[in-house]
Design a protein around this ligand. Structure first.
Ligand SMILES: C[S@@+](CC[C@H](N)C(=O)[O-])C[C@H]1O[C@@H](n2cnc3c(N)ncnc32)[C@H](O)[C@@H]1O
Length: 231
């Protein structure tokens, strides 16, 4: 069964989530996201530039399969990487990838619904403060409430010098940066009017409402970007 056929994913179009689509998942539950293989090598140096000399905690929101958690925990052995997700099959996949990778700095995944406006990490058994939060390909395939919850959570739980890393496709001042992103946006909105490629300008406004600002925009392959928000 594909991830798109399970739980909250049952209304998800196949092209937005490919976890387990092309091959049956391994019996241990590890799922595979095709996009991971295309994007992790480009994302890693951006995270490394910020985290290289730090032995701190990183919270990942919407970890999906858990492949980013494994890849980045491996490249950044001094940081403790804390994966989270909402979807039970994805949480199982993260557990399985963690068992497979056996990395001392990769923590057990925790169920976190980022759309809640008041999530408090210590209540979930997590540290109260994180130096970085990382969230890839989540806020366009979920209602705007997830972006709102994410920024509110970042405001509560980032250290003073902390940063929120947001990876995905983004509009720039109302314009798509590529025809493929415009088509992707349309297809998302057809599936669910509450989904859609978000605009950097809207995210800056949301950030400002939470005491954060856009510190850096790094272009990524395939017309994606990483936005880095600081305090
Ligand atoms: C397209 S997947 C991206 C997964 C992973 N970050 C990646 O880049 O491969 C979107 C992820 O967001 C998660 N998600 C959706 N709504 C969420 C919410 N309200 N809170 C936390 N995670 C959520 C889904 O379960 C899914 O794992």
């Amino acid at each position: 069964m594909t991830a798109a056929g399970m739980g909250p994913w049952r209304n998800m179009p196949e092209f937005t989530v490919t976890f387990g689509k092309d091959a049956p998942p391994p019996e241990d539950g590890r799922l595979d996201a095709a996009a991971f293989h295309r994007n992790h090598a480009a994302i890693a140096p951006v995270l490394e530039a910020f985290l290289r000399d730090r032995a701190d905690d990183v919270l990942e929101v919407g970890s999906g399969t858990g492949q980013h958690a494994v890849a980045f925990a491996e490249r950044l052995p001094a940081v403790a990487w804390w994966p989270t997700d909402l979807n039970d099959s994805h949480l199982r996949s993260i557990v399985a990838w963690r068992a497979h990778a056996r990395l001392a700095n990769l923590r057990a995944p925790v169920r976190l619904d980022a759309s809640a406006t008041d999530w408090h990490l210590p209540a979930l058994g997590l540290p109260a403060e994180f130096t970085a939060m990382f969230c890839a390909n989540v806020i366009h395939i979920s209602p705007w409430a997830v972006a709102e919850g994410l920024f509110a959570g970042a405001a509560r739980h980032l250290t003073e010098d902390g940063a929120l890393f947001l990876y995905g496709p983004f509009k720039r001042d109302g314009q798509h940066n590529a025809p493929s992103n415009a088509a992707f946006d349309e297809s998302l909105r057809r599936q669910n009017p509450d989904w859609g490629v978000r605009d950097v300008a809207e995210l800056r406004t949301l950030a400002a409402a939470n005491g954060l600002y856009l510190a850096q925009l790094s272009e990524m392959p395939s017309n994606n970007a990483i936005l880095i928000f600081g305090r």
